[in-house]
Design a protein around this ligand. Structure first.
Ligand code: DAK
Length: 261
């Protein structure tokens, strides 16, 4: 499958790297890019050997500087709603992709870019990363899930402040408020991200997928139902070859050889 606005590369061990590739406009998201993103996520989802999806932006300046302002300035309300729905669909597909997804934020992650990063399971940032939801400065509000996902990540008060001021947040501050998991020097960001991805890929693949599903789905349930979901998934692990291999390997003091079954 060939794409015009993104690059999807299998690295190795089931690790995929998806790069938003419109560096001349700081990787701004237009309808075509959102459509390709949706297709790429679906393709990774179909690959049973996939382990981790990393998402980054082309160039050294931006992850994604938002929705494409030029492309959206003339939209009527119906077209604007359609664009919002398209993005929400692609971002939700990313969120529920069976394998962990990591945003590797190498510069500006503004508006739709911040919303894309927040739709990944977690965010790794370079020291040059800058986050923000500046939409109110354009006379609009976040429309790709930002009002909801930012609140869930950093709490209502901080999310409200960032959304109504539209101010930028530097990488280290983003880490302090819980938006970013780790900050690395820009030059080693991708190496660190790949190293984390390969660590995940070395673990039991079925267990990693189940763990993601339970964390994701459990957060919208009450504690009793969320823990019941965990029990079910925990029990399922004991029907896998990988559970046997993982435990035998531990007792035999060797590395496990997981079969993804
Ligand atoms: N869209 C289109 N082009 C963009 C862009 C964007 N979001 N961001 C940057 N560019 C383009 C610039 O126009 C410029 O193009 P040329 O002039 O070279 O042709 C090029 O990228 C380089 O940008 P700058 O010259 O501005 O670079 P600087 O280093 O000076 O500044 C910056 C970098 C990131 C601070 C600045 O570019 C900037 O403020 N960009 C806009 C950031 C922003 O406001 N992002 C949020 C966009 S709003 C919707 C739902 C949701 C949304 C939209 C619609 N519907 C329901 C319809 C979401 C909205 C957003 O994401």
């Amino acid at each position: 499958m060939s794409y015009q606005n993104i690059v999807l590369e299998p690295i190795r061990n089931g690790v995929y790297l998806l790069t938003i590739n419109r560096p001349k406009v700081l990787n701004a998201l237009n309808a075509e890019t959102l459509s390709e993103l949706g297709m790429a996520v679906a393709n990774v989802g179909k690959d049973s050997s996939a382990r981790v999806l990393l998402i980054t932006g082309a160039g050294e300046k931006a992850f994604v500087a938002g929705a494409d302002i030029k492309a959206m300035q003339q939209l009527n309300p119906i077209q604007a709603r359609a664009l919002s729905r398209q993005a929400l669909g692609a971002f939700r597909a990313l969120e529920v992709l069976p394998v962990p997804t990591i945003a590797v934020v190498n510069g500006f992650a503004l508006g739709g870019g911040c919303e894309l990063a927040m739709s990944c399971d977690w965010i790794l940032a370079g020291e040059n990363a800058v986050f923000g939801q500046p939409e109110v400065g354009l006379g609009i509000i976040p429309g790709f899930g930002g009002t909801q996902r930012l609140s869930r990540l950093v709490g209502r008060a901080m999310a409200m402040e960032l959304i109504v001021t539209g101010r930028h947040v530097a990488a280290e501050q983003a880490r302090k408020i819980g938006l970013v998991n780790h900050v690395y020097p820009a030059a080693s960001l991708m190496e660190e991200a790949l190293s984390m991805a390969h660590l995940i890929a070395s673990k039991g693949p079925v267990a990693v997928r189940l763990a993601k599903e339970v964390v994701q789905r459990g957060q919208d349930l009450d504690l009793d139902n969320a823990c019941a979901l965990e029990s079910q998934a925990f029990g399922l692990c004991f029907g896998t070859t990988d559970q046997g291999e993982g435990m035998v390997a531990f007792l035999e003091k060797r590395q496990p050889e997981f079969m993804n079954q």
